[in-house]
Design a protein around this ligand. Structure first.
Ligand code: C2O
Ligand code: CU
Length: 490
């Protein structure tokens, strides 16, 4: 009896942690309406009321499908790019490392477009055995273009193709990466940068992207384990777009005073000069820095952690490595306030995203797993919203480790950290560094209908089940996680 009383519940927990051979994201976890309107589930449009085996009557509204959310098919593309993915050995710092390329390089080619242009990317998977997708990290694309295997499309097998089309509505620094088996594929280099320049053009004469990525333990900038040299005339202003594609946060600082122009693709309002402070860039996040090439013909260094740097100035000019500042820039009070464009004081929904860690089973494996609101994957919340809702989310981290929280398809503004209200420029993020013990209150407008991941961008943690979703009432997906296409979004 004693044995049974232990084994019985354990067996139940084990069984309860398993996922079926094919399942809909709609069947994961439980709906959380955040205190807002609860849809009439008898209409077949609510959570769990998905298509499989369901025959809605003619008076019931049909669910809207993620696949319906596309850019205007009649509009011709302004920027057309062909991307070919391969699984191959990479040479980094003279070492041969197994990885992935896009058009035979890693990072893949940078895509540049002007705000308002329609980007069309034709993906062809030449040799990535597990299949691939492309996710446009930070771009609020139509849902069908979000590149999440098993939610917005099937993984593209070897020999397969997929075309992504979306309008680059917001200027800024973004990146793309695979969202199929994403932890090994992103770590292995299946990624690249995407820059959308403003309609009005860029104030800085020199504009450069710096992707910080670690390949097999080797830190690189734009795929090379050496400093990136950027020629600039004395006095020229330079925009450096830093993207952190690793799983952990990094610090960025410079040898001369600098300004932080943008975070995660949104301009800071009236950014002031920064010296003696570093900027923390969370996993998946971007920081656009402005530095000025020294007028005396020397160079200025932008450090991407201690390991690598961008050196800007006359060719051959040097700049000593600046010491790492002990203080960090606090984005809660940087810049000047301006309108958010919406009022977060009376939100239609308030959600909690409490991150913890506890013993249990995930996918049949015992361990200490990440929990969301006390529950383990796949019993995670499905945050349900209605189009137009103002949403506030309260994030708490009780897990003892840092988590870079990333919501797809939306930009969120930070209202408060540890209960202290923001006083600076609106601090817009799509990737937020949440330290152990911290709380954040963030807000966004539900203005991009579909089903969106809301997960940790330490992709190891995501693969361990640190995933939730945001869905709009009445949505459904025809795709299945696992299943015949072997979709594994994490
Ligand atoms: Cu950078 Cu869910 O992704
Ligand atoms: Cu995490």
């Amino acid at each position: 009896m004693a044995t049974l009383s232990i084994v019985g519940p354990l067996a139940w927990l084990w069984q309860d942690s398993l996922v079926p051979a094919a399942y809909s994201v709609m069947d994961m976890g439980y709906p959380d309406y955040g205190g807002g309107a609860v849809p009439d589930t008898s209409s077949g449009g609510g959570h769990g009321g998905h298509m499989q085996g369901e025959m809605p009557g003619h008076d019931m509204p049909m669910p809207r499908l993620v696949t319906d959310m596309i850019a205007d098919p009649a509009r011709p593309a302004d920027v057309k790019v062909d991307l070919v993915t391969r699984q191959q050995m990479l040479t980094v710092a003279g070492r041969s490392i197994p990885g992935f390329t896009v058009n035979r390089t890693s990072p893949g080619p940078e895509i540049r477009a002007r705000q308002g242009q329609l980007i069309e990317v034709h993906l062809h998977n030449e040799s990535v055995a597990d299949g691939v997708t492309l996710h446009w990290h930070g771009v609020d694309v139509p849902n069908a273009m979000d590149g999440v295997a098993g939610v917005t499309q099937d993984a593209v097998p070897i020999g397969g193709e997929f075309t992504y089309r979306f309008v680059a509505k917001q200027a800024g620094t973004y990146w793309y990466h695979s969202h199929q088996v994403s932890n090994p594929q992103v770590a292995g280099g299946l990624l690249g940068s995407l820059v959308v320049t403003p309609r009005s053009g860029i104030a800085q004469l020199v504009d450069v992207s710096a992707i910080a990525h670690t390949y097999g333990g080797v830190r690189t900038v734009n795929g090379k384990a050496e400093d990136l040299r950027v020629p600039a005339h004395p006095g020229q202003r330079v925009r450096v777009r830093v993207t952190n594609t690793d799983n952990g946060p990094m610090k960025v600082w410079a040898s001369d005073p600098y300004r932080l122009l943008a975070t995660d693709g949104t301009e800071v309002h009236r950014p002031t000069e920064i010296s003696g402070r570093s900027v923390t860039l969370t996993a998946g996040g971007r920081a656009d820095l402005e530095v000025q090439a020294p007028s005396n013909g020397d160079a200025v260094r932008v450090q991407l952690s201690k390991a690598t740097a961008v050196i800007i100035g006359a060719p051959g000019a040097e700049a000593p490595v600046p010491p790492q500042p002990t203080e960090e820039l606090d984005l809660l009070s940087y810049g000047t306030p301006t309108s958010l464009g919406f009022d977060p004081t009376h939100p239609a929904r308030r959600f909690d995203y409490r991150i913890g860690r506890r013993p249990g089973f995930v996918k049949g494996l015992p361990g200490m797993w990440w929990s969301i609101n006390g529950r383990l994957f796949p019993h995670v919340p499905m945050f349900v919203v209605r189009e137009g809702d103002v949403v506030v989310m309260h994030i708490e981290n009780h897990s003892g480790e840092v988590h870079p929280m990333h919501l797809h398809g939306h930009h969120e503004v930070v209202l408060a950290r540890n209960g202290v209200a923001a006083t600076g420029s609106p601090w817009w993020v799509d990737s937020l560094n949440v330290l152990p013990g911290e709380t954040y209150d963030i807000a966004f407008v539900a203005n991009n209908p579909g089903i969106w991941m809301d997960h940790c961008h330490n992709l190891k943690h995501a693969a361990q089940g640190m995933i939730a979703h945001l869905m709009y009432e009445g949505f459904d997906t025809p795709y299945r996680i696992a299943g015949p296409a072997d979709n594994q979004p994490e």
